[in-house]
Design a protein around this ligand. Structure first.
Ligand SMILES: NC(=O)c1ccc[n+]([C@@H]2O[C@H](COP(=O)([O-])OP(=O)(O)OC[C@H]3O[C@@H](n4cnc5c(N)ncnc54)[C@H](O)[C@@H]3O)[C@@H](O)[C@H]2O)c1
Ligand SMILES: [Zn+2]
Length: 372
């Protein structure tokens, strides 16, 4: 088992990563909090696969445990479903001493976290992530949110969990496509902040086939350290945390231009990272050798994105409407080397459009625009 400590002043917490750890670690963690009710928030899919798994782990604690089961899917990550959590908490007479446990992927983590941030002005919550994406990304760092019809993750709060338990055995039932999507965010952490992690992943390229948990444990630990370190420096994304958006400029564009229906977030980011590496090279920041190193690895997993027809006004509109962009320009995350990123402030949408045109001409395996 690996342990990572997140040191945000006033909000310190521990992350445990390993296999067969939940039974022991979760009850130990829960014991530290004087809670009188535990509410597990999960979804129908996870509940079917792992019915009452958290209750069984905590049986000996003799605490009242209730399970709130939500519908599965990003389309339910909204205020209506959030309200179902509040209803559940109120019906179960939850109070400020209630502990929420988010048991699921990023959608559950974000919603349960936001419910915990706002219910009775804040109750503690624990993350028990069940997807690779949630392990390496969404379960740590304290961003919680739901979607609004006019924008993804637009209603939210910063709320750090009090503990995170990454039981890797849950990954055995996760679909390959979901594993790959999470793997892209893992690769991202290596590409932007840790050349050693990048090399480690490259040397274990078949880990998603073998599901070798010792390899995954080591990689996820490194990844959590990177994210924890960035969040410790800039919890509220005033600056440096934005580097975690590497690959997300084009990634978000792909997601919005395809109405969030065709590609998983991680898949869009995977192609977005190829584009960001390409842009870094085109603008003279990244060497050809480093570029080839990154892209040949990404290419092994990248899915070929097919985009509906588009023109510059639409492209500009979507790129600038991303909430992570300021008004007329974009903070584009680029790299100088593997493991060394920087924020290219005030990048004009015209420049990104030019780069994008070149990109689709030269990288049809990564992204194509369907014109007919
Ligand atoms: N808070 C953050 O910092 C942050 C960061 C990145 C992403 N996110 C959010 O995370 C969400 C995406 O998370 P995700 O990729 O985990 O998606 P998800 O939560 O929708 O899970 C993907 C699918 O896998 C299923 N699933 C989960 N665990 C499983 C398991 N062990 N076995 C089988 N099936 C399982 C889910 O029910 C779902 O159908 C998005 O809403 C995104 O906005 C948040
Ligand atoms: Zn992401």
């Amino acid at each position: 088992m690996q342990t990572v400590e997140v040191q945000i002043p006033g909000y310190e917490y521990t992350i445990h990563i390993g296999t067969h750890i939940l039974d022991q670690q979760l009850p130990q963690a829960v014991r530290q909090f004087g809670v009188d009710l535990i509410v597990v928030v999960t979804n129908t899919t996870i509940h079917e696969l792992y019915p009452f798994c958290i209750q069984q782990c905590l049986e000996a604690s003799k605490q009242q445990i209730e399970t709130c089961i939500l519908p599965d899917g990003e389309q339910y990550k909204n205020l209506d479903t959030l309200n179902q959590i509040y209803d559940f908490l109120l019906k179960k007479r939850a109070n400020r001493k209630t502990l929420v446990i988010a048991f699921g992927g990023g959608v559950i983590g974000d919603m349960a976290g936001f419910a915990a941030a706002t219910f009775m002005r804040g109750v503690p919550y624990i993350q028990v992530p069940t997807t690779l994406l949630a392990d390496v990304d969404s379960s740590i760092g304290g961003k919680t949110a739901v979607n609004h019809s006019l924008g993804k993750n637009t209603i939210g709060a910063f709320k750090q969990p009090v503990y995170v338990c990454m039981e890797l055995n849950f990954l055995k039932t996760l679909e390959k496509r979901e594993l790959i999507a999470g793997f892209f965010e893992l690769m991202k952490h290596g590409i932007i902040h840790d050349a050693q992690l990048f090399t480690f992943l490259k040397n274990h390229q078949n880990v998603l086939e073998t599901l070798d948990f010792s390899v995954l444990e080591e990689a996820i630990e490194a990844s959590c350290r990177i994210k924890a370190n960035v969040v410790e420096q800039d919890e509220k994304e005033q600056g440096w945390r934005a580097t975690l958006n590497f690959g997300h400029t084009l990634g978000h564009f792909i997601e919005t231009h395809t109405n969030y229906t065709s590609y998983l977030h991680g898949e869009a980011v995977g192609t977005g990272m190829v584009f960001a590496a390409f842009a870094s090279r085109e603008l003279g920041f990244l060497s050809e050798a480093a570029y080839q190193d990154i892209v040949s690895f990404l290419q092994t997993l990248a899915c070929s994105i097919q985009l509906p027809a588009l023109n510059y006004p639409l492209f500009k509109d979507l790129i600038l409407h991303d909430k992570k962009a300021n008004q007329q320009a974009v903070d584009f995350i680029l790299i100088r080397n593997i493991g060394e990123c920087f924020i290219h402030n005030n990048t004009s949408p015209e420049l990104i459009w030019e780069l994008f045109q070149k990109f689709i001409d030269t990288h049809p395996w990564a992204c194509q625009v369907i014109t007919s």
